[in-house]
Design a binder for this molecule. Structure first.
Ligand code: ADP
Ligand code: MG
Length: 260
């Protein structure tokens, strides 16, 4: 048996012993092929620590990460696993280099992905502490992030682009208010904000996928903020009255502007 298969076998046995149900096991197996030993071991540790009780179905297979539904210690969770094997993380180093919080990391691919996962966890905490509606971060280990599951009955809330919305104006206003709080209270620019990275629960927007978020001191923070504003205005164009981009920018950045 190859090392990888032995590893997977051991993983399956251990998981079984602990009584963790892997729902939709076949589904997971398929996805599992993209995971390496490091990831399986990290998953195993999370199960062992009791952070995950049930690994459910796949929610999303993105360019860099897979997201699974799971049951955590206290509430349903989303398990986001950054793929070490197939991800092209070169662009990611652009975001991390220049962020004073990550100045000391070595830049091997694995290290970058681990730092990235940690950064997403830390960005979620900062946003949550500032009072922004984001998934509550629960735990991270290496390339795996566990966070609050934002949805109902194992179905995630729709992305903004797919949500049924009667009145766009309050949703637009709420997103702009969150961007302002994110900048001023959490000290973050999302840097990939769009109708793909905002979920909608029927009442409120929920901001997700914040791993690339940077602090205002980052050399590209302002460029990222301007891009975020443009993305949001592009999406809400013709859906509700828009505010002027320049005015939104000034409102968000406020006195910070002179320092930048
Ligand atoms: N905390 C969560 N709760 C529910 N669904 C989530 C959560 N996080 C991510 N998802 C689902 O997975 C998709 C991809 O997540 P995202 O963080 O945007 O990763 P990617 O880097 O692949 O874009 C989201 O659009 C959403 O449908
Ligand atoms: Mg995304």
């Amino acid at each position: 048996m190859e090392k990888r298969d032995r590893m997977r076998d051991r993983f399956d046995r251990e998981i079984e012993k602990m009584g963790v149900r892997i729902k939709e096991a076949d589904n997971f197996k398929v996805e599992e092929n993209v995971f390496d030993e490091t990831t399986l071991l990290a998953l195993y540790r999370l199960v062992h620590k009791g952070k995950i009780k049930v690994i459910g179905g796949s929610i999303s297979t993105g360019k860099e990460a897979n997201v699974f539904y799971g049951e955590g210690e206290e509430f349903p969770v989303a398990i986001k696993i950054y793929r070490i094997q197939s991800a092209n993380f070169r662009s990611i180093s652009d975001y991390i280099i220049g962020d004073p919080r990550f100045s000391s990391i070595r830049r091997s691919k694995k290290e970058i992905i681990f730092a990235w996962t940690k950064k997403e966890y830390s960005n979620l905490s900062r946003a949550l502490d500032a009072g922004i509606r984001v998934p509550r971060p629960v735990f991270f280990d290496r390339n795996i992030l566990i966070m609050e599951f934002m949805g109902e009955d194992e179905v995630p809330y729709p992305q903004l682009r797919q949500a049924a919305i009667d009145d766009y104006a309050p949703v637009y206003a709420s997103i702009l208010a969150s961007m302002k709080t994110l900048f001023n209270e959490a000290g973050l620019v999302h840097a990939d904000l769009s109708e793909f990275n905002i979920l909608f629960d029927g009442e409120e927007p929920i901001i997700i996928d914040i791993g690339q978020g940077v602090t205002p001191e980052h050399p590209k923070a302002i460029a990222f903020l301007v891009r975020d504003i443009k993305n949001i205005n592009r999406y809400f164009n013709k859906k509700c009255p828009l505010r002027d981009e320049e005015e939104i920018f000034r409102d968000i950045v406020g006195e910070h502007r002179m320092e930048i």
